[in-house]
Design a protein around this ligand. Structure first.
Ligand SMILES: [Mn+2]
Length: 414
């Protein structure tokens, strides 16, 4: 498998003339993660994929006679082809009836709200932007040796009905939706939306538990002042979140903060409340492993669960142009993915991915990056076996009534 006979015979490298076997000069391949990952794939089940292909034939009819691959349906259903279909996140099942989210390990929900934006609007299109480009992904990750479809269940519950230009009503709707998903036992994964949604998201989780919650917050901005432009804008979620009785400010860890866009009002609050700020330079000096270790230590100190908030603008704006308030000097994508994965590996009780603004995006790269953060977080939890750890802390679940209706909408009587 690793022999390259042609290359060997053609090579004029001096090393090859000294020894006939070029491989003797290679490092031990079995020490490479690349080799280990290749072996690990063999341990993965293919049952979920086989099931999806059968399901596609049931839903989309069997394909034309001229097509040799008999698993290809007439109508595109499920993962393939990546350019076709109605896109939910990662082409996961659409939980159109949201009482069904309880049957899934994790639930994606879109929060199309940009009423808290103080510069570039457009994050109301963030959920659709991520869903669209998420169709590019397979559920398998080579390096992790994880296949989400085989190892966990995922659904997309669609978007929360937010009310443009009314922050109070939108926040109430968001908290209600998040509390429904969290109470069901499914892990809530929120796609924003601007960062003002951080407060109602955390509030939705916090009301379902008597336990304490820490927060790891990736951002260039501190987002902890009380008000901005006289309202609770996207610069304020952590002031209001850490006012909640079971969300201690000392367990808020803010990673990547810095540059010229941190309002002094926010710094005063961070200092008063003794939050923990790790700057980009801190991370560079300590390295990724030490940074993650320190963030986890502070976030988990004396609490039962940790929530993750990932602002896409924590990554250098050269990589994520489609965002509400870009700031140079941020994480490299590799650093951000590694940090988010390491934090997620310990288990999280929910996450939000915010500030993707498709109208300002180029070639979907910002939405692509946001999608990648979410799938890496899920893959990391699956790999570490920590997905579902939050369930044991749901001791005050909420029940939200649904309306009464029988039959199907927009269809002729059967
Ligand atoms: Mn930010």
């Amino acid at each position: 498998m690793f022999c390259f006979p042609q290359q060997r015979s053609r090579s004029h490298h001096p090393a090859d003339r000294r020894t006939p076997d070029r491989r003797a000069h290679h490092p031990d391949l079995t020490k490479l993660l690349g080799w280990k990952a290749m072996q690990k794939e063999a341990e993965l089940s293919g049952a979920g994929w086989a099931e999806e292909r059968k399901w596609a034939l049931r839903m989309g009819l069997t394909g034309a006679d001229s097509i040799d691959d008999k698993s290809i349906p007439t109508f595109a259903r499920g993962e393939l082809p990546h350019f076709a279909g109605i896109n939910t996140f990662l082409k996961a099942p659409y939980a159109e009836d949201v009482t069904e989210v309880q049957h899934y390990d994790a639930t994606v929900l879109g929060i199309p709200f940009d009423g808290g934006t103080t510069y570039r609007p457009g994050t109301r299109f963030g959920p659709q932007g991520l869903r669209k480009i998420s169709a590019l992904y397979t559920p398998y990750n080579y390096e992790l040796g994880v296949d989400l479809r085989e190892q966990m269940t995922l659904c997309d519950a669609g978007d929360v009905f937010t009310i443009p230009a009314n922050i109070e009503k939108s926040f109430d709707q968001i908290s209600r939706a998040v509390s429904h998903v969290f109470s069901s036992g499914s892990l809530p994964i929120m796609i924003g939306g601007d960062h003002s949604i951080g407060f109602p998201c955390v509030r939705g989780i916090a009301e379902c538990t008597s336990k304490k919650i820490g927060i790891v917050h990736f951002d260039r901005h501190a987002d902890i002042q009380e008000k901005d432009l006289d309202e609770r804008m996207h610069t304020t979620p952590w002031f209001h979140s850490t006012n909640l009785p079971n969300v201690p400010a000392k367990n808020l860890v803010q990673v990547g903060i810095g540059g010229w866009q941190v309002p002094r009002d926010a710094v005063k609050v961070a200092r008063d409340r003794e939050t923990n700020i790790i700057t980009m330079s801190d991370m560079e000096r300590m390295g990724i492993d030490k940074t993650a270790e320190m963030a986890l230590e502070m976030a988990w100190d004396g609490v039962d669960m940790v929530y993750m908030s990932f602002d896409i603008d924590s990554i250098d704006c050269g990589f994520v142009p489609g965002t509400g308030w870009p700031e140079p000097g941020g994480f490299l994508p590799r650093e951000a993915l590694a940090l988010a994965s390491k934090v997620a590996a310990e288990g999280i009780c929910g996450m939000e991915l915010v500030e993707v603004s498709p109208p300002y995006d180029t070639s979907d790269i910002t939405a692509l990056m946001g999608t990648r953060v979410i799938v890496d977080v899920l893959g990391s939890m699956v790999s570490a076996g920590t997905l579902g750890n939050h369930k044991r802390h749901i001791d005050k679940p909420v029940t939200i009534p649904h309306g009464e209706f029988e039959g199907n909408r927009w269809s002729n009587k059967r």
